[in-house]
Ligand binder design. Structure first.
Ligand SMILES: [Zn+2]
Length: 273
């Protein structure tokens, strides 16, 4: 599943693909994504000045004078940039053809992704407005995590994976940042002090930034971007995620697996308290 780092890498690729060119055609080859793609509205992007391409949580927003397209990659979506004559791949559902004869294609086998249009300020859109803070941009993330947790008696791993608290901390990043900050994933979020949340915030940022540098952890389709050829490298740097039964790299204790909030969770019971 594309996580925040993959979406960030995709956003950067989209920014560079759309630099100094315009969209000249929109092809909706299959409108049945999570919600039906409204072709007429998406066509507003044709020959318009794209003001800004940015990310909010795992959504990519493409904004122009008339509104904004909001894109989500769902469970299995990816964007690719091709020569416009390249044959379609199976599951290429949406295509933007550019003036420079390149084509940006959205491929999504499971079709849980979406491409919707809004005329309002995208920050006010129902998909966007209740999202929590951005982990990479917020200099006070630790403080935010601390103050919002005072009344919440939930396992800290679930707390930091709650996108109304902080966006984009997926299972892998939650497990790793908790290990690196020495916090047990099952500890109640309200029983963690300010200093530990500050440390956790630093580690969340680090682990996400490392994954962004590597082009994300889960992108599988190497035909898409050069950046993702480095895929897999990040996985070698994981301490606990997907490693039950292995010895902790810090203390040698066996890594444990437990289901927390319906998600597989991995931790070292000695290093994490
Ligand atoms: Zn350990």
């Amino acid at each position: 599943m594309p996580e925040l780092p993959e979406v960030e890498v995709t956003k950067k690729a989209l920014q560079s693909a759309l630099k100094n060119t315009s969209i000249k055609e929109v092809n909706i080859r299959n409108k049945n994504l999570r919600w039906p793609v409204e072709e007429k509205k998406i066509r507003k992007l044709i020959y318009t000045d794209i003001r800004k391409i940015y990310r909010r949580g795992k959504y990519i927003l493409i904004s122009c004078n008339e509104g904004a397209a909001i894109l989500h990659l769902g469970m299995s979506g990816s964007l690719g940039v091709f020569d416009e004559r390249t044959e379609y791949h199976k599951h290429d559902h949406v295509e933007f053809i550019l003036e420079n004869n390149k084509a940006i294609r959205l491929n999504d086998p499971r079709r849980f992704g979406c491409l919707v249009w809004t005329n309002e300020c995208p920050q006010e859109h129902k998909l966007i407005k209740n999202l929590g803070v951005e982990p990479l941009d917020d200099p006070k993330l630790g403080e935010h995590l601390y103050s919002l947790s005072r009344n919440r008696n939930t396992a800290v791993k679930n707390y930091i994976m709650n996108s109304s608290v902080v966006v984009g901390v997926g299972n892998i990043y939650a497990s790793e940042s908790l290990f690196r900050s020495g916090i047990s994933p099952v500890r109640s979020s309200k029983r963690i002090g300010r200093e530990r949340y500050r440390k956790l915030a630093v580690e969340i940022k680090k682990v996400l930034n490392e994954a962004i540098e590597m082009g994300g952890t889960t992108l599988r389709n190497f035909t898409y971007y050069n950046e993702v050829r480095k895929v897999g490298y990040f996985k070698q740097k994981l301490f606990v995620y997907g490693k039950p039964g292995e010895n902790c790299k810090e203390c040698g204790t066996e890594i444990k697996a437990r289901v927390i909030g319906g998600r597989n969770s991995f931790f070292c019971a000695r290093c994490q308290t």
